[in-house]
Ligand binder design. Structure first.
Ligand code: C2E
Ligand code: CA
Ligand code: CA
Length: 581
């Protein structure tokens, strides 16, 4: 018959106690009444202690109280608190001590449940155990914090912004909102990797926070857009503040082995009568930002009152309904053959009272209101229809037509279908259509742009990168971008003859184009001198007032015929169109 009395054989007691200790799921140590460690379990030995100070690493034989009291490093405060609690338990002033549940503290930088339990059997002592709180529980604890703050930058996030803003709108009539958006951030993210992108965002957040100082609250709105609420815009020079912030953002940022230059575009919205809620204010601010982006990188734009935008939208809808839009065409000349290769379609609005309007008067409104999609669709269809009717010019390939797209159209997933329909309905071969997009439009949403452009290009349509050189001109992205043509921005052409740097840029673009097998178009050519120089520099195609102003299709055809008869150089006379705007 076996002995069933409780307790162990004294010889077994030690090993069994140790085995039991080792089954515990917490770092556990047993101390004697003086605080000297008698035993520890395997977790205590194997799991790093949560202290910052190496000298708090306690093992068998150490006096835990003395060690903790003597701590001098960053954990000393919590260590002496813990030593006091242990003393209390060992002296019997309390039977147990715990920091768990609601009492749980951030122990040594990590969340811990900790227990000290007094031993009621002679000779006394205590069991000390602690476990790091499991990730999911910790997530719950932190959820509250991180539902209000942005993890990456530590700034208040969008929902906190809305709260602040609603409250501020209630008791403030001098409120201004600054939206600050990094330019071409998607490209940088792409070029340097996402970890670098995160580092850039953190650096920018910090600069903006410091730059704003006591004048406002900074939040991370979304992605690379930051919002500053200036509660007392009467007392702060908001314009100067915006300039400061843009200046701070554009100072070089050091990443591991290189310096990165960023710019930010800003929109300022002053709260007015039609801003009852945070959402109203943000709506106008976002629209203003979109305008600013249209205007180019690093711009500042003030919000247009919502009522004015609604008015613009009504007008544009009416114009579409009443067919007030027109396309004029500007010839593109081959510098090699001296022949007209095609023409770019440029939008005009024949406004009943304001006369013929050029795009800068209405494209931004059309973008913001979303009407650029139907208007742009009309332009694509109209250009295809008209180009299909263009007669053949003797001994030359049929003329191509180029149509401009705006950023909004480029991120429209329906675009490839719109283009395919326009080509099919007009019976125009795809390779006679070229779509022009600006660098900045591409880089607002690089990935989407690459996908859409690849789909378009697969159908045979040509793609031109417009205003090249003004945006984020980096070779690494060009390689990934499905384009056929680079259009050098006219600002470089304007200074080409006088400025050696602009000449160098044009030369560089030409050699880049050679490397990537692209065609180079110089736009805004206004003089014969520029034309001659461009030819010498190896530029392929030229476009500008010196060759022809935008005009009716008939004028382009006429020019094309005249150039076919005198292909060697620039014919004077019939090629100088002065009509149109
Ligand atoms: P862009 O694509 O850079 O078009 C060239 C602009 O430069 C045209 O202005 C043209 O008239 C002007 N230009 C041409 N040659 C010269 C020259 O020798 N010197 C100077 N100083 N300017 C010259 P426009 O027609 O006012 O168009 C402005 C912008 O509006 C275009 O810039 C394009 O981005 C946009 N746009 C035009 N049509 C459309 C369209 O159908 N859809 C969209 N989304 N945007 C369009
Ligand atoms: Ca263009
Ligand atoms: Ca252009």
């Amino acid at each position: 018959m076996k002995d069933r009395r409780p307790g162990f054989d004294s010889e077994l007691a030690g090993p069994v106690a140790q085995a039991l200790l080792d089954t515990l799921p917490a770092r556990t140590a047993v101390v004697d009444p003086a605080g000297v460690v008698l035993a520890v379990n395997h977790l205590w030995r194997e799991v790093e202690p949560p202290f910052d100070d190496g000298d708090l690493d306690v093992g068998v034989g150490d006096n835990m109280i003395e060690l903790f009291r003597a701590a001098r490093g960053p954990s000393s405060a919590i260590a002496s608190l813990f030593a006091g609690a242990l003393e209390d338990v060992l002296a019997g002033r309390s039977s147990r001590w715990e920091a768990s549940g609601d009492n749980r503290v951030e122990w040594w930088g990590r969340w811990h449940d900790a227990h000290i339990v007094g031993l009621r059997v002679p000779p006394g002592g205590a069991v000390i155990s602690h476990t790091e709180v499991a990730d999911d529980i910790r997530a719950g604890l932190e959820l509250d914090h991180w539902s209000r703050y942005d993890r990456l930058t530590g700034l208040p996030n969008r929902s906190t912004l809305m709260e602040h803003l609603d409250a501020a709108l209630d008791d403030n009539d001098h409120l201004a909102l600054i939206l600050l958006d990094l330019d071409a951030f998607a490209v940088l993210n792409e070029a340097h990797g996402h970890a670098a992108g995160d580092a850039l965002l953190r650096a920018v957040a910090e600069r903006v926070r410091v730059g704003v100082g006591p004048y406002g609250r900074v939040t991370r709105f979304i992605g690379d857009t930051f919002v500053v609420i200036v509660e007392d815009a009467g007392a702060v020079d908001v314009e100067a503040l915006v300039q400061d912030l843009q200046g701070l953002v554009s100072r070089p940022i050091r990443l591991a082995d290189q310096e990165v230059l960023l710019t930010a575009t800003a929109a300022v919205t002053v709260a007015g009568d039609d801003h009852e809620t945070a959402a109203d204010l943000l709506r106008d601010a976002s629209a203003a930002l979109q305008r600013a982006k249209e205007a180019g990188r690093g711009q500042v734009v003030s919000a247009v009152p919502h009522a004015k935008l609604e008015e613009a939208e009504r007008e544009l809808r009416r114009a579409l309904g009443k067919a007030e839009f027109r396309l004029v065409y500007q010839a593109e000349l081959s510098l090699e053959s001296g022949r007209v290769l095609g023409a770019e379609a440029l939008l005009r609005w024949d406004h009943p009272t304001r006369g013929r309007l050029s795009p800068q008067h209405f494209i931004a409104d059309a973008e913001v209101t979303g009407l650029i999609i139907p208007i742009g669709t009309w332009a694509i269809r109209q250009a295809c229809r008209q180009a299909a009717d263009w007669p053949m010019v003797i001994d030359s390939d049929p003329l191509f037509v180029a149509v401009n797209l705006s950023a909004r159209q480029l991120s429209d997933p329906g675009l490839p279908e719109i283009v395919a329909d326009a080509l099919a309905d007009a019976k125009l071969p795809a390779d006679r259509l070229c779509l022009e997009i600006t660098e900045s439009a591409v880089f607002e949403r690089f990935d989407v742009a690459v996908t859409t452009l690849s789909r378009l290009r697969a159908t045979g349509v040509l793609i031109a990168l417009d205003d090249f050189g003004t945006g984020y001109s980096s070779l690494s992205y060009l390689r990934r971008l499905p384009v056929d043509i680079l259009k050098i921005d006219r600002s470089f052409i304007a200074r080409l003859v006088d400025d050696v740097r602009d000449r160098a840029i044009v030369e560089a673009v030409v050699s880049i184009a050679r490397t990537f097998g692209l065609r180079v178009v110089a736009e805004g050519v206004e003089s014969g001198e520029q034309l001659a120089l461009l030819r010498r520099l190896g530029c392929d195609v030229a476009q500008g007032y010196d060759i022809g102003r935008p005009g009716e299709p008939g004028e382009v055809i006429e020019l094309a015929r005249s150039m076919a008869r005198h292909p060697s150089g620039r014919a004077r006379g019939p090629m100088r169109f002065v009509r149109g705007r």
